[in-house]
Design a protein around this ligand. Sequence first.
Ligand code: TRP
Length: 478
Amino acid sequence: LLQSDFVLLFCFSNADIFLSLSPLHLQVYMLPQIEKSGVAAEIDAAVQLLLKLKVDYKQMTGQDYKAGCPPSENLIVSNNGPAADDCDGEDLVDPWNVSASSTKGVDYDKLIVRFGSSKIDKELLERIEKVSGQRAHHFLRRGIFFSHRDMHQILDAYEKHKSFYLYTGRGPSSEAMHVGHLIPFIFTKWLQDVFDIPLVVQMTDDEKYLWKDLTLEECHRFTVENAKDIIACGFDVNKTFIFSDLDYMGASPQFYRNVVKVQKHVTFNQVKGIFGFTDSDCIGKISFPAIQAAPSFSSSFPQIFGGKKDVPCLIPCAIDQDPYFRMTRDVAPRIGLLKPALLHSTFFPALQGAQTKMSASDPNSSIFLTDTPKQIKNKINKHAFSGGKDTVEEHRKYGGNTEVDVSFLYLTFFLEDDEKLEKIKEDYTSGALLTGELKKILIETLQPMIAQHQERRKQVTDEMVQQFMTPRPLNYKF
Ligand code: TRP
């Protein structure tokens, strides 16, 4: 035991042995009365446990445990998560935190390597266009959806007339959604249209209750309010099922069965490694990932898929949700189910810069779907981080930097016209276009877009929400 890798602390005031079993820091707190109290067997058990933890550590990280040396970056894929992400000015990306070490934002190429996903390359883009018979969405063309898992398999199957379904979700943490929240839904709507397939949307009101200081009633109310914004994106009611976890978990035996299967096959150690949970996180959080995993399996929706277990699932989501689906893909074969495929997007930057994603709790960090034209104008003029130079003379001389300019970045999301966007880029880089002029273009792009969204949302009645949220068969041909 007295090898250098365990820290022994002798504690005189208490008669217990405390084991604190964080895999990264193994500590044993022991007492002096060991001999007389006959605890040799307990110590032996503790030593065995510690040795087993070393083996687990090696399995999880692929490295030998060494005291005081946190694991380096090359963790094996299924377990690399936030626990390893916060070293040395690295970007931090997990479902609850996103922060980049550079003003250009997160280094997405590095993230692909670290997460073990694949880049959406030219070949895949061409295949998507060929199979769907449509020009790729500008989110794909511009690298906003930049990474994937198993998309080729989805296309292979589709080419053989085997269909698939879409799954995405939203954590309803407040009534107000911002434009960034629409990105996955705008893209999912496009996928639904071009492939003509069913979609399930999970509203994780349970997740928000567990993570935030909100009541169950508030979270459920946000689900309904957010569902209206989602419906306003134009989803087809005959092909779309939106569900609240708080309602659907209790209403669907098959869904709950899949949750339990996942729960049985993932250990606390694994979720610690993937999500960075600690011993003081409530058990609701620890078991929640199984609930986000379950909609990846078609058997969770017997009303839609008639009990079929083998309808492939494609999940469009922001890359911060990937830890959930790494876990899902890891357990799927062990419970006899298909691994879901994924399409990952970059983050929508905060007005203040690409170093972080927008936060619903800071009204000035984002443009909300409820903002008036005037608020949109003021926020952009006041808060949008500029890649321009300090004075007009300098700007004319040296030009602006579109890589960090938030107004330009927003236009890459919302200005569909490729030629216009290219021209703006040229002019801004050369100095011909000033920051104020660039901001004006963005304001004039967003004002009508948000106004149209508000108009469509107004048309969404409570009965329509009810319809979308009722478990029922969907219309699709397989
Ligand atoms: N956890 C996500 C959030 O907080 C919501 C979510 C649930 C989700 N299932 C999903 C997002 C599937 C994308 C894909 O927003």
